[in-house]
Design a protein around this ligand. Structure first.
Ligand SMILES: [Zn+2]
Length: 301
């Protein structure tokens, strides 16, 4: 039993499940006793949390997938993505989830794996369980990896800062009533609207502190950081990746808005991570970019 608090910053550090045999999609006759299977157009959710959990998870994922497909439309026919939701944290860890995470995407099998944390902490008030909102953020985060890796090709290895930064940026996406949304916000399920770019206060503080103490890497170096080294320094790299994506999408400089599209185009054409980054940032004034990103992060509160 885990006997420590689980801050959100740790919960979202899902570097990936440990790889197991390909488990993939099931037919209804293969569902273990006590488990529920729910199919939608693009997801198959298997859970020991009951049929309502299966349905709610599948519908939540269909909602965010519709958004991802608007952002990155694909001409290929979508598969049905496999999802596992474990009621208890112990079962999640046994399946291959990493301790301290709320979900993961297994790149080798294509599985999206989540937990509801039942039983964690045994009532210990020192153990802070994640809120439903935080669990939804994790589902959105991992669904980004699942869709993006399928979109590129299961074997592609996109730059870690972009893969994780986009997952965190869209993990913070929320549905609000239509009359509370800004002009032009995209439609969300249930008649609401999607809103983006909410500040993640913990990570805003973390990246400002990392800039102040010099532990944040210069952007020119950061965008080429190999995935393994990114995951070696999660407390700095995740906030930096999230803040860089936030900046590229929302800054006032139109040149920065072109970077995500150019990066995805290069990756789709088969460029490796390093070459795609070089193409996406070609001709960039790194000194100016660094200054503008720092000013943006300072104001992101
Ligand atoms: Zn991730």
């Amino acid at each position: 039993m885990l006997r420590r608090a689980l801050p959100l910053a740790v919960l979202l550090l899902a570097a990936g499940c440990s790889s197991g045999p390909r488990r993939g999609l099931l037919s209804s006759r293969d569902v273990p006793p006590g488990w529920s299977l729910f199919n939608t157009d693009h997801y198959q959710v298997l859970t020991d949390g009951g049929p309502e959990e299966a349905r709610a998870t599948a519908e939540r994922l269909e909602g965010i997938l519709a958004l991802y497909r608007r952002i990155l439309p694909s001409r290929q026919e979508l598969p049905r993505f496999p999802v596992r939701v474990f009621r208890t944290y112990d079962a999640y860890l046994s399946y291959g989830g990493e301790d301290g995470t709320a979900g993961c995407y297994d790149q080798s099998t294509g599985d999206l794996v989540l937990t509801r944390f039942v039983g964690l902490g045994g009532g210990d008030p020192m153990v802070r369980l994640p809120s439903p909102q935080e669990m939804t953020a994790t589902a959105y985060h991992e669904a980004w990896h699942q869709y993006f890796h399928w979109y590129l090709d299961a074997d592609a290895d996109p730059p870690a800062w972009f893969d994780e930064g986009m997952a965190d940026y869209f993990g913070q996406t929320r549905i609000v009533p239509a009359d509370h949304a800004p002009e032009g916000a995209p439609d969300a399920p249930g008649g609401g609207k999607w809103i983006f770019g909410r500040p993640n206060h913990g990570w805003g503080d973390a990246i400002r502190a990392a800039i102040a103490d010099g532990s944040a890497l210069p952007l020119r170096e950061f965008v080429h950081l190999p995935r393994g080294r990114y995951y070696d320094r999660p407390a700095v790299c995740y906030p930096q990746g999230w803040s860089l994506v936030h900046f590229l999408i929302n800054s006032r400089d139109p040149r920065t808005h072109e970077v995500p599209d150019a990066l995805v185009r290069a990756l789709s054409a088969g460029a490796d991570a390093s070459k795609a980054v070089d193409e996406a940032f070609a001709g960039m004034d790194w000194g100016k970019l660094e200054r503008e990103w720092r000013a943006y992060v300072e104001a992101l509160r």
